[in-house]
Design a binder for this molecule. Structure first.
Ligand SMILES: O=C(O)[C@H](O)[C@@H](O)[C@H](O)[C@H](O)COP(=O)(O)O
Length: 309
C-alpha cells in the first residue's frame, strides 16, 4: 500500500480503486492498467505512474485484467493477446480452441492478418467455434459465421475441418442439439478438454463482445437462459437483439474456459461497463458481470466505453 501511495497521486488511486467496491490490495491478482495516458473526469492517468500490477479483487472473479485503450491501440493489444495464447496452447497441447462472438469483435481481430502474426501463428492447429450464432443460412448477412469468414477466416490457413459452424439447415432447437453433439465428439477426440472442476468443455479462449444492455453471447439480462446450468449449448427464440432465433453457449461453458476476453467499445456501452465494473454494481448482475473463466478474464475497453468508470 505504501508503495502505491508513493507512486500514484491520491486522486489517481481513488479513481482506480473506486472501480472496485470490493477492492483488496493484497492478492488475488487483478490488474488495472492503461496503455497510454488517459483523461478521466479531468484526471490524467499515466500508465507509467501505476505500479505493475496494481492488485485488486472483484467479487466472484479472482483474476481480472482491465485495460483501457486509445481506439487504435486496442486491436494491436488484442492481436498480441490472442497470439500469445495461440502460441501457449499450440506448444503445450498441439491445438488452440478459440470461440468467437458476432458484432464488432471480428473487426478488432483484423491485426492478426498483419505481421508478425499472420506468418508466425500456427493456424493449422486452430479450432474455431462460435459462442453464439444466429439461426440463419451461413450466407445470410446476419450470420456470425459469414461475418467471421469474410473478415478473418477466409484470409488465414485454418483447415476447413477445424472451423466448427452450426448446421444451418436445422431449427434453433435442432442446431443447438447438433452443436452440443459436435462439441461432445471433439471432447472424445481430445480436441476440446473438459474442466476437471466443472465437467464442462474447457475452451482455451473465448472472445466476447458486450451489448449496451450488458448481454454477452446470446445471454440477455433477465432471460431464463442466463440461469441454464446443464446444457452446453442452448437455443433462444425471443432474443431482444435481432434476429430472434439463436443458439448460445451457456454460462457454465463460458466460465469453464481457460481465458476470456471481453472487447467493449463505444459510448453506448459506458453505462453497462459502469454497472459491471463501477462503484455501484447492480444487485442483479448483468450477464457480462457473470463472466468468470478459470484462468483470466481480460477486458479490452476503449476510452468511450470506460468513460463512466
Ligand atoms: O451475435 C451477436 O449478436 C453477438 O455475439 C453479440 O453477443 C455481440 O457480441 C454483442 O452484441 C456485441 O456486439 P457489438 O460489439 O457489435 O456491439
Amino acid at each position: 500500500m505504501a508503495s502505491i501511495h508513493s507512486t500514484l497521486s491520491s486522486n489517481t488511486l481513488r479513481f482506480a480503486l473506486s472501480s472496485f467496491p470490493n477492492t483488496n490490495l493484497q492478492p488475488p491478482s487483478s490488474h488495472i492498467f492503461f496503455s497510454r495516458p488517459l483523461t478521466f473526469k479531468g484526471l490524467t492517468v499515466n500508465p507509467k505512474s501505476f505500479p505493475a500490477p496494481l492488485k485488486a479483487s472483484m467479487a466472484g472473479t479472482d483474476n481480472v485484467v482491465i485495460e483501457v485503450f486509445e481506439q487504435e491501440d486496442l486491436a494491436v493489444s488484442l492481436a498480441k493477446y490472442v497470439a500469445d495464447l495461440s502460441n501457449k496452447f499450440t506448444s503445450e497441447r498441439g491445438a488452440f480452441t478459440v470461440c468467437l462472438s458476432g458484432g464488432s469483435l471480428i473487426k478488432y481481430l483484423g491485426k492478426l492478418l498483419e505481421p508478425p502474426y499472420y506468418d508466425s501463428l500456427e493456424w493449422s492447429k486452430w479450432h474455431v467455434f462460435w459462442l453464439d450464432e444466429r439461426v440463419v443460412p451461413k450466407t445470410h448477412e446476419d450470420s456470425n459465421y459469414k461475418l467471421a469468414l469474410d473478415g478473418l477466416l477466409c484470409k488465414v490457413p485454418i483447415p476447413p475441418g477445424n472451423v466448427h459452424a452450426i448446421n444451418d439447415t436445422l431449427s434453433a432447437e435442432g442446431a443447438a442439439d447438433d452443436y452440443e453433439t459436435c462439441l461432445r465428439e471433439l471432447v472424445n477426440s481430445s480436441v476440446i478438454t473438459l474442466s476437471p472442476s466443472s465437467g464442462f468443455p474447457k475452451f482455451d479462449l473465448v472472445l466476447l463482445g458486450m451489448g449496451p444492455d450488458g448481454h454477452v453471447a446470446s445471454l440477455f439480462p433477465g432471460h431464463p437462459l442466463v440461469q441454464e446450468n446443464k446444457r452446453w449449448v442452448a437455443f433462444i427464440k425471443d432474443s431482444p437483439k435481432p434476429p430472434p432465433e439463436r443458439i448460445t453457449f451457456t454460462f457454465p461453458v463460458i466460465n469453464a474456459s481457460a481465458y476470456a476476453a471481453l472487447v467493449v467499445t463505444g459510448k453506448g456501452k459506458a453505462d453497462a461497463v459502469h454497472s459491471v465494473l463501477g462503484k455501484s454494481q447492480n444487485s442483479v448482475k448483468l450477464p457480462a458481470g457473470l463472466v468468470s473463466p478459470e484462468e483470466e478474464l481480460k477486458w479490452f475497453l476503449d476510452k468511450d466505453a470506460a468513460s463512466k468508470l
